[in-house]
Design a protein around this ligand. Structure first.
Ligand code: G
Ligand code: G
Ligand code: NA
Length: 254
């Protein structure tokens, strides 16, 4: 309950912050976008990780106002980067299952894009397979509505949890994010490597792009390149950065 009340106050107190992790095109090594990741620094100075508070926010439905804040703030920031000459950058924002199937989602997305001036075609919403578990029909309707206005959809943490090949068939997805464990073990475990190769093959044959998450070593990167993975994200290139640090990276390079 204490955490819940703290979380309620956190929005008005401006305790939430967004960090941005670069997404890199494997072929060129260029930054092609960034994933917005929420951080909570309480007034007491403690940093609470999203792994701790997102599940509670989901349970208490506080994820709805928090998620609206995340989407708006990320689009507003990304618009600044576009206006500063980096209009090729795409922005990835995480949506929780509750946000995704909520009746307001299209209004929230359209309002945000209109107000911030950020182009729909540069926005990618990341969903997890939990979305489909909750209510597959609504999820499908929502994806079609988003695609209709030009927003892209990525499936996050693919290969873990309940993700099923059936989702790839049923849902209009643009991008498949290979979950970190496969990437982190692929250099040492031939089974993980085989699974990554299969995921890349399936995605490409279904007209989806593939991004590997949690890339930490050169060895992982060269394997991913060899297997035809399109994009990477991970500590090898950069940890998540504050908006100021990300701007610095865009201006001065690595
Ligand atoms: O940044 P970090 O690795 O600590 O994030 C942990 C988890 O929290 C990740 O699975 C990430 O998807 C999730 N997460 C981060 N930011 C957001 C957000 O803005 N909304 C939602 N729903 N999840 C987020
Ligand atoms: O589930 P999602 O993909 O949104 O999670 C992203 C999380 O992974 C963030 O919390 C981010 O801080 C973390 N992360 C990003 N890159 C790396 C990495 O290279 N290694 C590890 N271990 N974690 C990473
Ligand atoms: Na994500």
């Amino acid at each position: 309950i204490a955490l819940e009340n703290d979380m309620r106050r956190a929005i008005t107190n401006k305790e939430f912050m967004l960090y941005y992790q670069p997404q890199i095109q494997v072929e060129t090594g260029d930054i092609i976008g960034m994933e917005a990741l929420i951080r909570w620094q309480t007034v007491g100075g403690d940093v609470v990780s999203p792994g701790e508070f997102i599940p509670l926010a989901e349970e208490t439905r506080l994820i709805l106002p928090i998620g609206e804040w995340v989407l708006y703030t990320a689009c507003e920031q990304a618009k600044k980067w576009h206006d500063a000459g980096h209009s090729h950058l795409k922005l990835a924002v995480n949506l929780s299952p509750l946000q995704f199937i909520h009746d307001d989602l299209m209004d929230v997305v359209e309002f945000t894009l209109r107000k911030t001036g950020f182009p729909a075609s540069s926005l990618e919403l990341e969903i997890t397979e939990g979305v489909a578990v909750e209510d597959a029909e609504t999820a499908l309707t929502r994806m079609r509505e988003l695609r209709k206005i030009g927003v892209r959809i990525a499936i996050d943490d693919f290969g873990t949890g309940y993700s099923s090949l059936n989702y790839l068939k049923r849902f209009p997805l643009n991008n498949l994010k290979i979950a970190q464990p496969f990437v982190q073990d692929m250099a040492t475990n031939p089974y993980d490597k085989a699974l990554v190769e299969a995921m890349v093959f399936i995605a490409h044959n279904l007209n989806m792009s593939v991004i590997a998450e949690g890339v930490e070593t050169d060895e992982q990167l060269s394997l991913l390149k060899e297997l035809g993975c399109d994009e990477i994200q991970g500590y090898l290139y950069s940890k998540p950065l504050s908006a100021e640090q990300f701007t610095e990276l865009l201006v001065h390079g690595e």
